[in-house]
Design a protein around this ligand. Sequence first.
Ligand code: NAD
Length: 246
Amino acid sequence: MSQIDTLREMIASSHSIVFLGGAGVSTESGIPDFRSESGLYSAVSEFGYPPETIISHTFFLKKPEMFYEYYKKNLIATDALPNAAHKGLALMERLGKIKAVITQNIDGLHQKAGSKSVYELHGSVWRNTCMKCGKKHSLESVVNSVGVPRCECGGMIKPDVVLYEEGLDENVLGGAINAITRADMMIVGGTSLTVYPAAGLINYYSGSRLALINKSATSYDNNADLVINDAIGKVFLELYPQLLED
Ligand code: NAD
């Protein structure tokens, strides 16, 4: 049996599936990940710091100009469109198969594809808040600002994304854990599973249908019941060829 057929069978016999994904889910939408060869680590020379340093809480407060230069250039992609992986997951939710999509991504593409039950572990570039008065600001106002975006009150605007050194939102994390513990199947895709606590969420799954879809190997491969080393959009197109018509 082919790996796709095995995945198809696992999905057919499951009723409460959760998906845990990362930056690799959005590479086929043209948004670079961190750790692939063409990923954002290759931009280190331009800024002189690795991404983890630039998008850390300390760096944001100390060098907001450089933070925003990097952030606007590399992490905001307002025109990006959902690919077959996002669309396939939204379809699976409509079919009653997927109960939750848990993502480390901040790009909002799962919602753009139509997924409703989405846990954004690391927040979203689409929400932004003034650090002084708490006013909410649009992504557009951040994108259109010159340099560091500021509120009318003079306060600095911070994206509602979880920077390195910052904790995850407890409600989001709790909801994600709850969904995983109730799941009869877990699909993990497009993540190097190196960023914690997100990667550790996999340990809350205790069932016997854990499928990993990732271009490169991960340290969790030995725990999985099925490992597919391929592009996740391609895999979803094979699962649901009707997505081609979208
Ligand atoms: P990562 O960059 O560490 O790993 C990405 C993984 O996806 C790699 O193992 C790579 O082999 C795999 N991959 C790349 N393209 C793929 C594809 N088409 N199909 C299947 N696998 C593919 O990403 P991570 O584990 O999510 O951790 C990076 C952190 O940076 C996360 O917190 C993430 O939220 C953030 N980030 C987010 C975005 C985004 O919102 N789109 C982009 C870059 C980084």
